[in-house]
Write a protein that binds this ligand. Structure first.
Ligand SMILES: *[C@@H]1O[C@H](CO)[C@@H](O)[C@H](O)[C@H]1NC(C)=O
Ligand SMILES: *[C@@H]1O[C@H](CO)[C@@H](O)[C@H](O)[C@H]1NC(C)=O
Ligand SMILES: *[C@@H]1O[C@H](CO)[C@@H](O)[C@H](O)[C@H]1NC(C)=O
Ligand SMILES: *[C@@H]1O[C@H](CO)[C@@H](O)[C@H](O)[C@H]1NC(C)=O
Ligand SMILES: *[C@@H]1O[C@H](CO)[C@@H](O)[C@H](O)[C@H]1NC(C)=O
Ligand SMILES: *[C@@H]1O[C@H](CO)[C@@H](O)[C@H](O)[C@H]1NC(C)=O
Ligand SMILES: *[C@@H]1O[C@H](CO)[C@@H](O)[C@H](O)[C@H]1NC(C)=O
Ligand SMILES: CC(=O)N[C@H]1CO[C@H](CO)[C@@H](O)[C@@H]1O
Length: 456
């Protein structure tokens, strides 16, 4: 039996080792690189890399914070998916390689990248789209054959005086070099956007037309960002102008923004307008009272402009004051969430509560019946507990406590009674003339100090 178990254990260990081996293998470092948990380094010139180094396990790649690539003669490109799993990458160095292209989406998943060193590669062009979302103060770019072309002008705009500090040059068509900071080209400017009208206020179900004009050189591309809209729309673009026709506007789009985006090789610009969609109130929630610090009849009301709220108690206007009042505690996109708050309500407050919500475009009402306390004449007592057990969350605990006390007292009482009984039995047992000798059997241990005559 034992040996069988041991065999089992050894098999299990063996399996563990195999799995561990597999796991290690799957996280393996590319042959010509060295890796530890947080760093990948590829500096071997002879057995160089051709593709961006990848580990076979996604999870291992997430741990990597630094990648260092140097002296690689066959490394040319960083593509869309190469850095996809290096989500926590902070430092990237690619230097002295043949790196020629970096895709627009190469760093899309690398929001934590802080340090980017691309010195001494073969980059003629680098797009702002590759780096636009990164939080890098200055990428290091010197030693690349960057062209003095409009595609690279954004680098001058981004780096400013830093380009002189890095001694960053660009290459003119004839092959001459000149400082980046002196780069200025005709017909090369980041785009501008004009969106009109600047305000849109429309009643739900209505329609609106937005017009966007863009300018810039080279000629910018025009895009609308309407991805989050629920309302129907149509776009009509011609040349540098576009119309966005919104129809059957939905109240769900109230507060959302519509943007017109212009982009060219130099950069991008955006203009936005927030939709103000007017709609009648709707009470989306009104529920039974709950007790927190105060009593609260919770409600949610949608509506634009903000609805005026009024309460009726059993059909009669409820005056609000120090003890009863409406409190709004949260405002989301379209809705106001709040409470009718009551301080120490009594049976007098039992009844039907009606919420009226009103604005320029309509009104809504809903009712709820709340019962705070039993009436004093019911079952005779004025101090009956509240109906809602939420009020006294600690009651069960107290009950448990008192139950425990009862149990202890009970046990003590039983023990004490037993003790007394025993004494009586001992006493009477020994001197009994009532024939309860039998009981003595329970105490037949020798009692030398006081040997009773009967036991002899
Ligand atoms: C990985 O290696 C680098 C230098 O080679 C070292 O600074 C770092 O502490 C190492 N990290 C781990 C987790 O071993
Ligand atoms: C990143 O590079 C900078 C500059 O070389 C260095 O100071 C920093 O320690 C590096 N950070 C990491 C996480 O390797
Ligand atoms: C460097 O890049 C240019 C294109 O930008 C290409 O024609 C050239 O072959 C590249 N040089 C090397 C050594 O790969
Ligand atoms: C950008 O990086 C700096 C440090 O380099 C950091 O202090 C800052 O919080 C970062 N900002 C964002 C939005 O990540
Ligand atoms: C469109 O707008 C949404 C939010 O309004 C934003 O998250 C998204 O990035 C925008 N898309 C583009 C392409 O600008
Ligand atoms: C698009 O706009 C042009 C000019 O503004 C107009 O002539 C054309 O009829 C419009 N097309 C549609 C489908 O609305
Ligand atoms: C307008 O939108 C509402 C829902 O948002 C839909 O029920 C209605 O059919 C739409 N009307 C038209 C004319 O498309
Ligand atoms: C125990 C007792 O008397 N319960 C009564 C309390 O009052 C309600 C109605 O008011 C009766 O239905 C219960 O029988």
């Amino acid at each position: 039996m034992i040996s069988l178990r041991r065999g089992h254990g050894m098999a299990r260990w063996g399996l563990c080792w195999v799995l561990l081996g597999l796991w290690r293998f799957s996280a393996a470092c590319p042959a010509s690189c060295t890796c530890n948990n947080s760093r990948i380094s590829c500096t071997d010139e002879d057995r160089g890399i051709v593709y961006f180094p990848l580990l076979q396990s996604d999870i291992k790649m997430e741990d990597v914070t630094e990648i260092y690539i140097e002296n690689q003669n066959r490394f040319f490109a960083i593509n869309d998916k190469d850095l996809k799993f290096y989500r926590n990458l902070r430092n990237l160095t690619v230097t002295n390689t043949k790196l020629t292209t970096i895709s627009h989406r190469a760093f899309q998943n690398n929001g934590k990248l802080q340090y980017l060193n691309l010195k001494y590669n073969n980059l003629s062009f680098l797009s702002w789209k590759s780096l636009r979302h990164l939080n890098i103060s200055f990428p290091l770019l010197s030693g690349n054959p960057l062209q003095c072309r409009c595609e690279n002008v954004w680098i001058r705009q981004w780096l400013g005086e830093e380009s002189d500090r890095q001694e960053l040059d660009c290459v003119e068509d004839g092959g001459r070099r000149r400082p980046f900071s002196k780069l200025s080209l005709p017909d090369c400017a980041s785009p501008t956007v004009k969106l009109s009208p600047s305000r849109i206020s429309v009643v739900e179900g209505g329609s609106a037309v937005l017009v966007c004009h863009v300018a810039g050189a080279p000629r910018p591309q025009l895009l609308w960002n309407v991805s989050i809209l629920v309302s129907s729309y149509e776009v009509n673009t011609s040349n540098l102008m576009s119309e966005l026709c919104l129809s059957n506007l939905s109240s769900s789009d109230n507060g959302r923004s519509v943007s017109c985006i212009a982009e060219n090789v130099v950069g991008e610009n955006t203009a936005s307008v927030v939709l103000d969609i007017l709609f009648p109130p709707e009470i989306t929630k009104l529920t039974d009272a709950v007790s927190d610090h105060h009593w609260c009849i919770p409600f949610s009301v949608a509506g634009n402009p903000q609805p005026e709220l009024q309460w009726l108690f059993n059909g009669i206007t409820l005056p609000e004051g120090d003890y009863i009042g409406t409190k709004i505690h949260d405002t989301s996109e379209n809705e106001y969430h709040g409470c009718l708050q009551l301080d120490n309500p009594t049976h007098v407050n039992n009844g039907q509560y009606t919420l009226l919500a009103k604005n320029k475009y309509g009104q809504d009402e809903k009712s709820v019946t709340s019962h705070f306390m039993k009436e004093p004449w019911e079952n005779g007592t004025a101090t009956d507990p509240l109906y809602y057990d939420t009020t006294t969350e600690d009651t069960p605990l107290e009950q448990e406590d008192s139950a425990a006390v009862y149990v202890v007292v009970g046990i003590a009482a039983v023990a004490f009674t037993g003790f007394v009984l025993m004494l009586i039995i001992l006493k009477f047992g020994r001197n009994s003339k009532f024939g309860i000798k039998g009981f003595v059997l329970f105490h037949n241990s020798p009692q030398p100090s006081n040997p009773g005559p009967e036991t002899r």
